[in-house]
Write a protein that binds this ligand. Structure first.
Ligand SMILES: Cc1ncc(COP(=O)(O)O)c(C=O)c1O
Length: 387
């Protein structure tokens, strides 16, 4: 018999739509996939070479469960360079992607029934991860709280253990204004709750905006913040599975203990490649983000031109999250039906907003190639114009 805990877990809607679309493609169908959040760029050559070199030199054995010192040092230098934050190695852990870092944080800080404030729309995995760790996600409306940051207080109870930030956001691409982020951070500190800051899209930010980590506001905010990050998106290394967390020593130590009995270390080869990713020239990141900026402009223009679609220009990540609810009626009742029909009739794979807690919307990614984006937008336009 399957456990109650496992039965409660929903399948990741992003991964399931992507795998259906990939199957269709394999069967020879001309499918455009704008679903999963994965840059279409190859992992840069110098990073791949570091992995090859690690294999050749025999760096193929267990490492310390929490990661090799060299990589921890590279992560420390990265946060010093980018956010002027100073960490010690005991405040860093290397994880199997950002996903494991998040899992291990929730398992480290939550007792049964403890609450985590999560803004809606949210990334699909947060609710499942918090629930699996025995916690309770408490959904807060991001747009309302941005208009009036004091509103966040109404979600805080004696059971609140943490608040989760994800800016730039998946799915909306939203980047929070710095003064609002600071206000949320101050409220978290004064209520003695942790801030879990998922920064995996920090580099994907446009139109001259800059990224700010809540840890960097003050010594107090650093003490209460657990930063989650990964090399997955930044260096187009999704398959290498290297993520990390930085935070208070006791939390990182607890995460290390959990990881030691779970996966142990991240693949030794991937860790060596990670060192090079973080310490070599960052031009590859800039080139990718510059290309994404072009795709963003193109996709935004095309979506804005479709009658009945409502869209705000996202300032970060690599997603668009338009409101398609004007099409809902007898034939299409919700975002899942919109996406299913689009896939069946026009062979375009995108993700229903329901998975992100926002059924009026759908999520498209512009991390697909420009050629695919153009084809996908033509088909989406045709689909919408014929509804
Ligand atoms: C908001 C957010 N956090 C974390 C992750 C996890 O990233 P990783 O692939 O490094 O596990 C993702 C991946 O899609 C994401 O979108």
């Amino acid at each position: 018999m399957i456990s109650e805990r496992a039965m409660k877990m929903g399948e990741s809607i992003t991964l399931s739509i992507t795998s259906t679309a990939k199957k269709m493609k394999k069967n020879g169908e001309d499918v455009v996939i704008m679903a999963s959040g994965e840059p279409d760029f190859d992992t840069p050559e110098h990073i791949k070479n570091a992995g090859i070199e690690a294999i050749k030199s025999g760096f193929t054995k267990y490492t310390a469960a929490s990661g090799i010192d060299e990589l921890k040092q590279a992560i420390i230098e990265k946060y010093k360079r980018d956010s002027n934050l100073v960490y010690e190695p005991s405040q860093v852990i290397v994880t199997v992607g950002g996903k494991q870092a998040l899992f291990n944080v929730f398992f480290s800080i939550l007792n049964d029934g403890d609450e985590v404030i999560v803004f809606r729309p949210y990334w699909v995995s947060y609710l499942e991860q918090i629930g699996l760790a025995g916690g309770v996600p408490v959904l807060a409306e991001l747009s309302d709280c941005v208009k009036d940051p004091e509103l966040i207080k109404k979600y805080i109870t004696p059971k609140t253990k943490a608040i989760l930030f994800n800016f730039p956001s998946n799915p909306s691409g939203y980047v929070i204004p710095e003064d609002i982020l600071k206000k949320f951070t101050e409220i978290a500190i004064s209520n003695d709750i942790y801030i879990v800051s998922d920064e995996v899209y920090e580099k994907f930010i446009y139109d001259g905006l800059t990224f700010k980590s809540p840890a960097s506001f003050s010594e107090k905010s650093k003490e209460k913040t657990i930063i989650i990050n990964a090399l997955s998106k930044t260096y187009s290394m999704t398959g290498w599975r290297v993520g990390y967390a930085l935070g208070p020593k006791d939390v990182i130590k607890a995460m290390g203990a959990i990881q030691g009995h779970q996966t142990s270390n991240v693949c030794s080869i991937a860790q060596k490649a990670g060192v090079v990713a973080l310490t070599a020239s960052q031009d590859c990141v800039k080139n990718m983000v510059d290309e994404f900026a072009k795709r963003r402009a193109y996709m935004f223009e095309r979506l804005s031109a479709i009658d009945k679609i409502k869209i705000e220009k996202p300032m970060g990540a690599f997603y668009m999250f338009p409101d398609v609810s004007a099409f809902y009626g007898d034939k299409i009742k919700n975002s899942a039906e919109f996406c299913t029909r689009l896939l069946n009739e026009e062979k375009v794979a995108i993700i229903p907003g329901s998975g992100f807690g926002e059924d009026k919307h759908v999520r498209l990614t512009y991390s697909a190639s420009m050629e695919d984006i153009k084809k996908g937008m033509d088909r989406l336009e045709h689909f919408c114009n014929n509804l």
